[in-house]
Design a protein around this ligand. Structure first.
Ligand code: ZN
Length: 440
């Protein structure tokens, strides 16, 4: 561990840089970041501009890397030699209550609804110790990946009881507060909002556990198998009444008739909803006709909601039929959303549970799968915003925190010494992490 005063020659993604940032041959100039205590004091173009398309020479030697010192042997300056650098990472959609259960569950039939059933059976084994141990492992993995903000959903299947995991994760969020800011979303089946009183009491309970350091929002599982527009309206009205943000599982299916996303966009406009609204998955949007999809996205853009794409789980759970190769991808209309300026996050979702056998709480893993799946170009300069942009989960009513890479923000960085902007996110596994101006 080494306290840093400055990181120089960092290749930052275009989305973090102002329009006036100097460029050469279409590439942004490298950046020097200076720190004051644990925060960023300034970000300026490096004097020495070098940016070869495939490499960032000169690289630090192995000995320098292991000692974590600069080439110029200045103890508090780290010269990263043109390496790609991102701010601390956001994993915007996870399930650390369910995680790491697959090993004991065994074989699960393919598809989302079978995974839900397997999870319900496993819940008999959930105790405070069991949840704490699995969720802690998840947070250790996220920490090692460079994650500084994590949103977890937490199953809430019984309207009369606050789930055990909800409180365990609250305790963990206190313990981890200095390194990972954890927010919780209560994942509640839409049917529980059918009764208005129940909707109100659920939102009230979530609201009581919402505090500055324990942020909590209301969630719901909205699918054509439980579709109920009245219940959806109750959910939104209850969240509005208790001033809660929303983070919803929406249309996680390939049914072109699924109506969740369109209805949510319309309702939050009709009710002039004040909080932040995140909609995860929305796979069904890609099954609608081009015209229909574009029309719904225009509505989404107007409503101001944020979309979250979960490439790994969607590839695994959608179009899943035993003994048959899947044909469909399950990714929502990410390019069309981006073209409309709709905030788009990219996240891990389930990790080693009945929904998804893989995963490691590394948002870069979701990018490695998502980039070829969605045929994304300029993954570093344009799409990496989806794993860093914490403002897109923050409520508009929260005081405006500094942008992840600007003066006053915490000096959290992830340095990819082996990667380059063209091939990103390949070669991003080797990484060095700076937390609060300390190189770990
Ligand atoms: Zn999820």
């Amino acid at each position: 561990m080494k306290a840093l005063q400055k990181v120089c020659n960092a290749r930052l993604p275009l989305w973090t840089l102002p329009p006036s940032w100097p460029q050469e041959e279409g590439r942004p100039a490298l950046a020097d970041l200076t720190f004051e205590g644990a925060r960023i004091l300034s970000i300026e173009a490096s004097e020495l501009f070098e940016a070869a398309p495939f490499a960032h020479e000169p690289k630090p030697s192995k000995a320098e890397l292991s000692r974590g010192v600069s080439r110029h042997d200045e103890p508090q300056v780290l010269d990263v030699g043109g390496a790609l650098v991102l701010p601390g990472l956001l994993d915007a959609h996870t399930h650390i209550d369910k995680t790491l259960t697959l090993g004991r569950i065994g074989e699960v039939q393919p598809g989302l609804l079978n995974a839900i059933q397997a999870m319900m059976v496993d819940k008999a084994r959930w105790s405070v110790e069991d949840i704490r141990s699995r969720a802690s492992k998840a947070l250790q993995w996220a920490y090692a990946s460079g994650v500084t903000h994590l949103r977890t959903h937490c199953d809430w299947w019984d309207p009369s009881v606050t789930p055990l995991a909800w409180d365990v994760i609250k305790e963990l969020s206190t313990e981890w507060h200095s390194s990972i800011q954890i927010s919780r979303s209560a994942l509640i089946p839409l049917t529980l909002f059918k009764d208005l009183d129940t909707a109100w009491s659920l939102a009230q309970r979530v609201s009581k556990s919402n505090a500055r350091e324990h942020r909590a929002c209301l969630g719901g599982f909205i699918h054509s198998s439980n579709w109920d527009p009245i219940a959806l309206e109750h959910l939104i009205r209850a969240a509005q009444h208790f001033e809660l943000d929303l983070d919803l599982h929406v249309d996680e299916e390939l049914n072109p008739k699924a109506q969740g996303l369109e209805r949510i966009a319309q309702l939050i406009m009709d009710h002039q909803f004040k909080g932040r609204v995140l909609c995860g998955h929305t796979c069904a949007l890609a099954q609608k006709s081009d015209d229909e999809g574009q029309r719904i996205l225009d509505l989404v853009a107007q409503s101001g909601l944020t979309l979250v794409t979960l490439p790994v789980t969607n590839l695994l759970l959608q179009d899943a039929v035993p003994q048959r190769t899947p044909r469909l991808r399950g990714m929502t209309l990410v390019k069309e959303a981006k073209a409309r300026g709709i905030p788009l996050l990219i996240a891990s979702d389930n990790v080693q549970d009945p929904f998804c056998a893989m995963g490691s709480y590394d948002p870069l893993e979701a990018m490695i799968i998502g980039a070829p799946m969605g045929q994304w170009g300029n993954a570093f300069d344009e799409w990496s915003e989806g794993i860093c942009q914490t403002a897109w989960i923050a409520s508009p009513s929260e005081s405006a925190a500094p942008h992840a890479l600007e003066r006053g923000a915490r000096a959290n960085l992830v340095i990819f010494d082996q990667a380059n902007a063209i091939g990103f996110p390949s070669q991003t596994q080797p990484r060095r992490i700076v937390r609060d101006a300390v190189l770990l």
